[in-house]
Design a protein around this ligand. Structure first.
Ligand code: KIV
Ligand code: ZN
Length: 505
């Protein structure tokens, strides 16, 4: 069965406290959502501001493949603003629960019903497709809700939506009122579930199981308060869980992670690390038992392959680590310790873990190089020459000579300072070999005075989204920065070569 994905990141998602988007930002997100394969986007609430109106107009003019919808209260002004913004599809709503009628709208049930009918009729008279929502449906008297849905269907509504406005419903109750809505209208029904009790996705799925055809969702589950049902969880649950029938969506699952990160950055709301599908830890393994299992067959501790949603698995060592996982991580960098050396490295990892320290790949590799000595660490990138010049009235300039896998390369470049010039020169060389980018650069001073030691940490990424970190400590900021970057490049290249070797075997 084909399930429709109605994305409301640009409307309910933007109602997340702290989020406010410019028209250009909204258009950029709309294009991303369209590329992801959503069936409809709720572009905004045109009547609320000039900028919102402009954003919706820009989105409706863009010629996207998906349907574009806009929110309107059950009144002529809102519906006119939506139509004037170029929309031919509106999401019209009015609250129907007694608590909203009494304290917010100050209307009787009959008055609210009348407004709902009038809004649908007016929307239709303006040639719009109308999806009708009974706000706070799940706290609305069940018979009254059925009556409202039946009457708006008679008035010409094209679709019915059931909002669980304060996330108050149980999956069982959502199933019951979904069936009521279908019986009363014979129209396509959507669910709009909020996550106040962490049940948004479960509730949306329950509605689908009861016969609904669509769910309103947002990227990363952003939205009012605890948010809305998250697109990535809903779509992947439909696609991957064991149902008694096959569900399909138009979502290009391999774009999920990239879209999630893009939107998280743009709206400034971080994704919690343990969030399903898109959280940092969703495909990460630390404990010895789990990494051992995953290394012999990833399905032991992963319900789906990370690549399905555009991600990569990662392993980390810590106090729960086992020898297999740790050796697998070291192997990624071409390091193969003996049994005795492995035990020593793992012992030191566990000491750090017991001290409450996180053991990143940087720490693991520095422990390994202590135990194995420099000779035990494979190097394919060697710094064979380096100089920088800087001063007043002259632009900082760097010369770098590298030997990569036996071949000599020379790079020169300018920069805003000597470190920048050196890193630019290095990237000029590595850019010729493979696309490597320095994503983060951190500098800390370890002790005081002009002879203080500095610590440089870098994060490097290649075109295949392999990421490594590297750290160097030294007296001179420029040389230490160059050393950290060269170490990082060495690691990422080793990782790549080993992966290619493994793929060939
Ligand atoms: O949660 C809600 O009830 C809404 C309405 C506007 C439908 O977002
Ligand atoms: Zn909502």
């Amino acid at each position: 069965m084909r399930i429709r994905i109605f994305d409301t990141t640009l409307r309910d998602g933007e109602q997340t406290p702290g989020i406010s988007l410019s028209p250009d930002q909204k258009l950029t997100i709309a294009k991303k959502l369209d590329a992801l394969g959503v069936d409809a986007i709720e572009a905004g609430f045109p009547v609320i501001s000039e900028g919102e109106f402009k954003a919706v107009k820009m989105i409706t003019s863009e010629g996207l493949s998906c349907d574009v919808c806009g929110l309107a209260r059950a009144n002529k002004k809102d519906i006119d603003a939506a139509a004037d913004a170029g929309l031919n599809y509106i999401h019209a709503f009015i609250a129907t629960s007694d608590i909203h009628l009494k304290y917010k709208l100050k209307l009787t049930r009959d008055q609210a019903l009348e407004k709902a009918i009038e809004a649908v009729e007016y929307g239709k008279s303006r040639g719009l497709q109308v999806e009708f929502s009974a706000e706070d449906a799940t706290r609305t008297d069940r018979d009254f809700l059925k009556k409202v849905f039946g009457e708006v269907a008679k008035a010409g509504a094209d679709r019915i939506d059931i909002p669980d406005t304060v996330g108050y419903a149980t999956p069982e109750y959502i199933a019951e009122i979904t069936k009521d809505a279908i019986d009363a209208t014979h129209l396509p029904v959507s669910l709009h579930c909020h996550n106040d009790f962490g049940l948004a996705v479960a509730n949306a799925l329950s509605g689908i199981r009861a016969g609904a055809q669509c769910a309103h969702v947002t990227i990363n589950g952003i939205g009012e308060r605890a948010g809305n049902a998250s697109l990535e969880e809903f779509a992947m649950a439909l696609q991957c869980l064991q149902w008694d029938q096959k569900y399909e969506t138009g979502i290009k699952s391999e774009l999920i992670y990239e879209t999630s990160r893009f939107i998280s950055k743009l709206v400034g709301v971080q994704v919690q690390p343990n969030k399903a599908i898109v959280g940092d830890n969703a495909f990460g393994h630390e404990s010895g038992i789990h990494t051992h299992g995953v290394l012999s067959n990833p399905l032991t501790y992963e319900p789906i392959s990370p690549e399905l949603v555009g991600r990569k698995r990662w392993l980390q060592v810590g106090k729960h680590a086992g020898i297999h996982g740790m050796n697998a991580m070291l192997e990624e960098y071409g390091i193969t310790p003996t049994e005795e050396q492995s035990k020593q490295i793992l012992g030191q990892v566990k000491v750090l873990g017991d001290l409450g320290k996180q053991v990143t790949d940087v720490e693991l590799l520095s422990i390994a190089s202590e135990v194995l000595g420099e000779a035990g660490i494979k190097r394919i990138v060697h710094l064979t020459g380096f100089s920088v010049s800087t001063g007043i009235g002259t632009m900082p300039y760097a010369f770098v000579k590298l030997n990569i896998d036996g071949e000599d390369f020379i790079g020169t470049d300018y920069g805003v300072g000597p470190v920048d010039a050196a890193l630019n020169a290095i990237q000029k060389i590595t850019g010729k070999i493979s696309e490597i980018k320095i994503k983060d650069y951190g500098l800390a001073s370890i002790s005081g005075g002009s002879t203080a030691l500095c610590e440089v940490t870098v994060r490097i990424e290649d075109a295949g989204r392999n990421k490594v970190s590297a750290k160097a400590i030294g007296e001179d900021i420029v040389t230490t920065s160059v050393q950290a970057v060269i170490d990082g490049i060495n690691r990422i290249m080793l990782k790549k070569i080993l992966k290619e070797k493994l793929a060939k075997n």
